[in-house]
Design a binder for this molecule. Sequence first.
Ligand SMILES: Nc1ncnc2c1ncn2[C@@H]1O[C@H](COP(=O)(O)OP(=O)(O)O)[C@@H](O)[C@H]1O
Ligand SMILES: [Mg+2]
Length: 247
Amino acid sequence: MKIIASYSNKGGVGKTACAVNLAYSLAQSGHRVLLCDLDPQGASGFYFRVRPSRGLTGKRFFTRAERISDAIRGSDFDNLDILPANMNFRDFDVFLSRMKRSQSRLGKALRGVREEYDCVVLDCPPNISTLSEAVFRAADAIVVPVIPTTLSERTFAQLLEFFKDHGLEKRKIRAFFSMAQGTKKLHGETMRRMRKDHAKRFLDVTIPASTDVEKMGVHRAPVGSFAPSHDAAKAYMTLSREVVKSL
Ligand SMILES: Nc1ncnc2c1ncn2[C@@H]1O[C@H](COP(=O)(O)OP(=O)(O)O)[C@@H](O)[C@H]1O
Ligand SMILES: [Mg+2]
């Protein structure tokens, strides 16, 4: 079982869009996928019309593997299950920071479902915290959406710095450009520069800015299910293939 995290230390960059469409694309390719929503806001669950989980607290999540299995819900799609978030997930950091060996707890909790799934996709909240450090340790790949702007470039540099300072494995990072607009000069220049500066960290695929991705909120479904022939859906499928190939 491979653990793939959709993560950025910046909000609103397309982490949830990535997690949802990556999970869907992997499932369409025949992998048995669990999408695990770690963000208390519960956006991933919303997109799949799954209600927030009840009763799964931070403490139970990390200490009682069977509670995770109980909270897993099916989706409308083959091979794809969801572990929805709830507001208790705000406490993840508090519990983890109190626990011994907090950094290995997430991986341990998820290993409880390793027989059932080939891939676990984690939709992460946007901060650098005890939880995100646990994510960095547990994940086999950390997929990082980067909007090609100056501020995102700075945030990405901060993330790499954090990995260096904490002895984390930079080779796990698979960044990709998110919401890219080919017509914008700044986007083009930033993408060229960042690809050059961080050649090993970037996937080839670019996810375009697309109204289809925005419409996921209306359809409450991944783009591939309602606009499979459009650019965004194809790009997410390419992303999933690139990630699998890199594992
Ligand atoms: N490729 C895209 N094109 C256009 N809008 C996008 C794209 N990806 C995400 N969005 C929109 O940007 C907003 C933030 O995306 P989201 O995936 O929720 O980010 P995050 O999880 O990083 O906060 C949402 O309104 C979403 O619909
Ligand atoms: Mg999100």
